[in-house]
Design a protein around this ligand. Structure first.
Ligand code: ATR
Length: 280
């Protein structure tokens, strides 16, 4: 058993962690809901992860977020991992249970899906075919979560085809791999285009894709939030598509984590969005 301290602490395990916006989000909510506590950054190099994870419950933390390079390597250090996180193959949130054991979750994909639904109430994961660009960790979280929420056809295009094949094998029948060169053609009839590559992020090359086949009523989501509007989102907005950047994922993945740690399901307000915007 672990004593639950009245001053509630959660944090982020990663290496490096300095760039993270998560403290702004969680500390904003702690203040807003009058909960005595703090969300802090823990820079933990890979060789010290095991010792750090053993310390989570001992020190009375409520839990933590997990970021690179620990999202996969933390698996064997946890007491249990929920099914979706297993299918994603990565953990982004750890919750300390009442008995001091540790459970791993991954809220990234569901956070992205929620941000899309917030932007377009008509859209659902089963509204129509989906194109996801990229096959890294973020893509896998989004694809596994879309499939878990009922998506019927997800077309994945990645520069390195093997990685897309790996996601298709892990997630199952609803995922089809499309050659990277045919990413524009794959937009025919889709209800959602999601960019989960790093192309278009600050300092990275632009994503090149012809949007002429993309239906005007399709949603376009980009997991990138620096810059807040990538060239993809700007082009999609100009032709009339509803667009969503990656800030919504960041905010929405944080809600269930905050609830699990601090016992309140927090709201995403204009004030919180301003607090984040002020950090850019
Ligand atoms: P994350 O954890 O954010 O998903 P990642 O695992 O490094 O990050 O994945 C980056 C994604 O961007 C990959 O899909 C990568 O394609 P590859 O699998 O071929 O590496 C994609 N990406 C990065 N640079 C790219 C480029 N110049 N052209 C095409 N795709 C690129």
């Amino acid at each position: 058993m672990t004593e639950q301290a009245s001053f509630a602490i959660a944090g982020l395990l990663g290496w490096p962690v300095a760039h993270s916006r998560s403290p702004v989000i969680h500390n904003h909510w702690l203040a807003h809901y009058g909960i005595p506590g703090r969300y802090v950054l823990f820079g933990v190099p890979p060789e010290k992860l095991e010792a750090a994870v053993r310390g989570i419950a001992v020190l009375g933390l409520r839990g933590c977020n997990v970021t690179t390079p620990h999202k996969q390597t933390i698996f064997p250090l946890l007491d249990r991992v929920d099914d979706l996180a297993k299918r994603i193959g990565a953990v982004n949130t750890v919750v300390v249970e009442k008995d001091g054991t540790l459970t791993g979750f991954n809220n990234d994909g569901n956070g992205f899906i929620q941000s899309l639904r917030d932007a377009d109430r008509e859209w659902r994961p089963d509204s129509g075919p989906i194109v996801v660009l990229g096959a890294g960790g973020a893509s896998r979280a989004v694809i596994a979560s879309l499939a878990a929420q009922g998506a019927k056809e997800i077309r994945v295009a990645n520069r390195t085809r093997d990685k897309a094949d790996g996601i298709a094998a892990a997630v199952g029948g609803v995922v089809q791999v499309v050659p990277w060169e045919q990413r524009g053609d794959a937009l025919e009839g889709v209800a959602l285009l999601a960019n989960a590559t790093s192309l278009g992020a600050a300092g990275k090359p632009a994503l090149e894709i012809a949007l002429d086949r993309l239906p005007k009523k399709a949603l376009v989501g980009d997991l990138i939030y620096v810059p807040p509007e990538t060239a993809l989102l700007a082009a999609a907005r100009r032709r009339g598509n509803i667009t969503v950047n990656g800030l919504g994922l960041l905010l929405n993945q944080a809600r269930p984590a905050f609830n699990a740690w601090f016992g309140v399901m927090p709201e995403i307000t204009a004030e919180l969005r301003q607090a984040i915007a002020a950090t850019f």
